[in-house]
Design a protein around this ligand. Structure first.
Ligand code: PMP
Length: 356
């Protein structure tokens, strides 16, 4: 579609395509990496309690109380924290504030597919670096002397593979001129965060989301942690765009979720157990599965195409994500569901592959 009122800029935009959010009943929804378990009841209570006439007032534009709670949680200073409307927004601000330079930003060819979209939106020069044949990020290939920075998702999406903290630290040590942005959307499902390194490396920025570990995808809270000057750069972009990205209820809910962090830790442990169940059982059926440290697995079945398998699962009301992208056409990204969902998935896959 083209409209004569559109600017030439809009005509040339290629937006990100989010995973489907269908309104079907009895759906087993394993396509967008939401948390398999519910939000903490204390969060819901807190949101209900604050659903009153204070909503006629604008929220705190800096989300100060939330930034303080996050600073306390991660043992950093509040001025090293920025909170925004989901990590997609925080990533967008960070790309705009810190990665728009003459030299390109580097990121893997297979990673979160929003990164090239921000680059096109903000006219940022970028270059992709291929993952190894076994889908690992090899930082030795990131010749950052000719780049303004690198972006890595850790664990990577959609592979689920993690890069060791020591390897990232070595890269930081040897690349003081470049921004190293680490998207830790899935770090709480078995990975080790690089947040403690911000005290030593002023060029390190970590982006986090409440959507996965805190089961907050519907509330939209994300944040960045890094040196206070990097954070100030992000804040300048935010204050040139939207003073109040986080509404009152999202701020209240996020603070309550941090106070009840054990709820999320317990759910993450269940997700890790369910992941082990799926990896073991699907591997026994002949699936190749990468060693995921996320709330999803990346799986391929040599005897059937991933696209066909996704279609068959859909007929059985199970949604998984298939990317029609070079190198990964024959892989499926499957979000880890709750115990019953994982058992149903396994049983259904077993039935499908025994027919074809
Ligand atoms: N980073 C990665 C790697 C993701 O997979 C996602 C979720 N699609 C996001 C960031 C964005 O998460 P949100 O905007 O829900 O915080």
């Amino acid at each position: 579609m083209q409209n004569p009122y559109w600017s030439s800029f809009v005509k040339n935009l290629v937006p990100y395509t989010p995973g489907e959010q269908p309104k079907m009943h009895n759906l087993i929804k394993l396509n967008t990496n939401e948390n398999a378990y519910n939000i903490s009841p204390k969060v819901l209570e807190s949101i209900k309690e604050h659903t009153n006439n204070t909503l006629k007032l604008y929220p705190d534009p800096t989300a100060q109380e939330l930034c303080e709670a996050l600073a306390h949680l991660h043992d950093v200073h509040p001025n090293q924290v920025f909170a925004g409307n989901g990590s997609d927004e925080v990533l967008g601000f960070a790309f705009h504030a810190l990665l728009k330079h003459k030299k390109p930003v580097l990121f893997p060819d297979i990673t979160y597919s929003f990164y090239p979209v921000y680059c096109n939106l903000y006219n940022i020069n970028y270059k992709t670096i291929p993952l190894t044949d076994d889908f690992r990020i090899d930082l030795k290939k990131y010749n950052a002397e000719n780049a303004c920075g690198i972006v890595i998702t850790n664990p990577n999406a959609p592979t689920g593979l993690i890069l060791n903290k020591k390897i990232i630290q070595h890269y930081l040590e040897t690349h003081p001129e470049q921004i190293i942005l680490v998207d830790e959307a899935y770090i709480d499902f078995g990975g080790e965060s690089v947040i403690p390194l911000i005290q030593y490396y002023p060029n390190l920025l970590i982006i986090r989301t409440f959507s996965k570990f805190h089961a907050f995808a519907g509330l939209r809270v994300g944040y960045a942690i890094g040196n206070s000057e990097l954070i100030e750069g992000i804040r300048r972009v935010k204050d040139s765009f939207n003073s109040y990205p986080l509404d009152r209820l999202a701020q209240i809910g996020a603070i309550a979720s941090i106070k009840d962090i054990q709820w999320s830790i317990n759910n993450a442990q269940k997700i890790i157990q369910n992941r082990q169940y799926l990896i073991k059982n699907l591997s026994e059926l002949g699936f190749k599965i990468l060693n995921s440290k996320s709330n999803f697995i990346f799986a391929s079945y040599p005897k059937l195409s991933a696209e066909f398998l996704a279609k068959q699962l859909r007929k059985e009301n199970i949604l998984v994500r298939h990317f029609n992208t070079k190198r990964i056409q024959n892989w499926l990204r499957i979000t880890i569901g709750n115990e019953t969902e994982c058992q149903t998935l396994y049983k259904t896959i077993n039935e499908i592959i025994s027919i074809y």
